[in-house]
Design a protein around this ligand. Structure first.
Ligand SMILES: [Zn+2]
Length: 466
């Protein structure tokens, strides 16, 4: 744990008096004005400090009671990010940030906090490598007051395919003929799966035989040659909803949707990977937020054959219950409840916190319009197959696949479904969602649904890789 850093000795935090005076004398009117300007009647207070470290990026959130003005810059040798925040009181909550940086944070070595000059608090992030910072504010939403966000991205953004190859999770095409195909393959039901049986990164799993773990340089795999009589690998993108700043729905016992859906997704991943022709990409594998368009982008980068978003439902009335499956709709929602739910899920970016203008939404919508109907038709088939299996283990909220405008289902070329596994707002179903057995059952049901879909709709040879 980082000890209290020697703040006053650090010239970045507290410039020596002599230097301050010289700077002031040299400075033009602007700086003098800003120093002499009357301080606001009451300085802003930091209400909460949160840190979300992840391989994708580390986020630091300062929740406060006013919209804060900041400036930031990078200092080299060693690499540091310096942030000045105006009109802020240096309170114990803000100082607690120092102890919240974990030693295994991928990007931040430590942070130092101090009063830099009257009315200005300075944060210095000592970094482990060069980063690309995104600093932005978010207006109050839901339970949150104003938020000041620092997202520290690696200079070279993590490519999901390269990440899978690095972890040994990109098993390549090339299961020889004679190996059972998806359709005829024996399922592995009832195999006891201990919690989170995910091999540590870099450690090949003992339990999952992988004939061809790619220990190669990150690169796009070569598309199979047309006359290769091989079973094609299927890539499934699993998308645990919410994460990080966005807890999703919260149950009466305080359980959070983001934790439950991540646990279910990890079980599902392990079960799918027992099939030699399936590999799985998780859009997030930890407790951090991934913007909705980023989730779609990740699935497209690995050229996924299927996108499955996993959620837990909630309603004002605790009696609402049952599982549901949704696909996108071309025009309007299939019911007002579906529309309401899609609106709620689409708010994730506001709560989870996404800087606007990252992706190109216009390009996405053009691509999407070209292939909407085909995508929805395929998604409907997957949805029906999965819903039928889930119906065997839980009450269904509706007996049919529903449709609405979920942003996360808008991959133009990937069949995409969103599963509401059960109602976290229903006490009985909350208990089930927290139960290892139920998590296993729902994961098994989804695997069966996916396999039934591919059995009826055999995947074509890939020609989309270019
Ligand atoms: Zn959700």
């Amino acid at each position: 744990m980082p000890a209290t850093p020697p703040l006053p000795a650090d010239p970045l935090i507290a410039p020596s008096r002599g230097r301050t005076r010289r700077t002031l004398l040299k400075a033009g009117g602007a700086l003098l004005l800003s120093v002499l300007a009357p301080l606001p009647a009451r300085a802003a207070q930091i209400l909460a400090v949160r840190v979300w470290p992840a391989d994708d990026y580390t986020r630091v959130t300062l929740e406060n009671d006013a919209d804060l003005k900041t400036s930031h810059f990078i200092v080299k040798d060693p690499e540091r990010l310096v942030v000045d925040i105006e009109g802020l009181d240096l309170n114990p909550e803000l100082k607690s940030l120092v102890a919240k940086i974990q030693s295994n944070d991928p990007y931040i070595r430590q942070v130092r906090v101090g009063q830099n000059r009257p009315g200005v608090v300075r944060l210095v992030f000592d970094l482990k490598e060069q980063i690309r910072p995104q600093v932005f504010t978010l207006a109050p939403v839901g339970e949150y007051k104003h938020r000041l966000i620092f997202d520290l991205y690696p200079v070279q953004e993590m490519d999901p395919l390269a990440a899978m190859i690095e972890k040994g999770e990109w098993s390549s095409d090339g299961v020889p003929v004679g190996q059972p195909q998806v359709a005829e393959q024996h399922p592995a039901p009832g195999l006891p799966l201990p919690d989170n049986r995910i091999p540590a990164p870099g450690v090949p799993s003992q339990a999952v035989p992988r004939p061809d773990i790619a220990k190669v340089e990150p690169r796009k795999p070569e598309p199979p040659k047309p006359n290769d009589k091989l079973v094609r690998m299927l890539t499934i993108a699993l998308d645990p909803g919410h994460g990080g700043e966005d807890p999703g729905a919260i149950g009466g016992r305080g359980s959070r949707e983001k934790d439950i859906v991540l646990a279910i997704a990890k079980r599902l991943k392990a079960k799918l990977e027992q099939h030699p022709n399936m590999r799985v990409m998780l859009t997030r594998d930890g407790d951090y937020f991934v913007p909705l368009n980023k989730r779609v982008e990740k699935a497209r980068k690995v050229d996924a054959d299927l996108f499955i978003s996993i959620h837990a439902d909630a309603f004002i009335k605790p009696t609402a219950r049952g599982s549901s499956v949704f696909v996108l709709s071309e025009k309007g929602a299939s019911s007002s409840a579906a529309r309401w739910l899609a609106n709620k899920e689409n708010q994730a970016d506001l709560i989870g916190g996404a800087q606007s203008g990252g992706a190109d939404p216009q390009l996405a919508s053009v691509l999407f319009d070209l292939s909407t109907t085909a995508q929805i038709n395929d998604s409907m088939k997957v949805g029906k197959a999965v819903l039928q299996q889930i119906g065997g283990i839980n009450t269904l909220h509706k007996n049919a696949v529903e449709q609405a405008g979920f942003a996360v289902l808008k991959a133009p070329d990937i069949p995409s479904i969103l599963i509401e596994t059960a109602f976290i707002s229903n006490p009985e179903e909350e208990a089930r969602l927290l139960d290892n057995n139920y998590q296993d059952q729902i994961a098994d049901a989804i695997v069966k649904g996916i396999r039934a879909y591919f059995a009826k709709n055999p995947p074509l040879a890939k020609n989309r890789l270019t």
